[in-house]
Design a protein around this ligand. Sequence first.
Ligand code: MG
Length: 267
Amino acid sequence: MKKLLFLILVSLFMPDHGSELQAQPKFKEGFNQNKAIAHRGAWKNTGAPQNSIASLKAAIELGVAGSEFDIWLTADSILVINHDADHNGMIIEKTRYADLLKYPLKNGEPIPTLEQYISAGMKQRKTLLIAELKPSKVSKERGLLAADILMETISRLGAEPWMVYISFDYDILKRIVQRDKTALTMYLNGDAEAVRLKGDGIYGANYQYRFFQQYEEWIAGAHRLGLAISSWTVNDPEIMDALLAKNIDFITTDEPELLFQRIAAGR
Ligand code: MG
């Protein structure tokens, strides 16, 4: 029995050359099938503030596969969308949501709550919502609490079909998978081997482009395990081309318009 289990485990992790022919991972059927993920929405060429609902709408308008945004938990346990740990100098994790509202974004939008952001994204069904949950600077436990509140919110809204989850905190991703076995998760920190991701039910690796420059065969190896591979944050056309040549699945960029041009040029 032990031997059988061993053989099954080995076969799970052995590179299977037959599977090189398998279809490339796709996020989800029915959504845009391209390689572009807009980083913090489409803001650089549109004038919309990063992580605003306007930047999400602009990304949807562009037709990207996914639009990424960042999530923090306020002191009174409201999930809000913002990149930095602070909003106008107020540390989000130590500030109540009502106080964050004192400073609107530069287009006049209030700092979006997760619920408002997801609800806006659910008005369409072409662009996926790539949710980056920031690791807590307060405590590991508070990061996991944020993951629990995130998943409760997604469940309440019925937003599962739109969602992909990313984080630099491996335990946050494991908590998400624990709560929803079908959740698509990608790890950002570049320090986990493909076999570990696969074993933990993580959908893929979303690593900085320098990682793939250093480990040139990594994408092919991870593809053999069936992982989806993405890279951040790629704004240089030559680096885009190099990653596309390695058959990367997704590229996170501040310049989705440029990425679409490079994809078209490579055809
Ligand atoms: Mg982010």
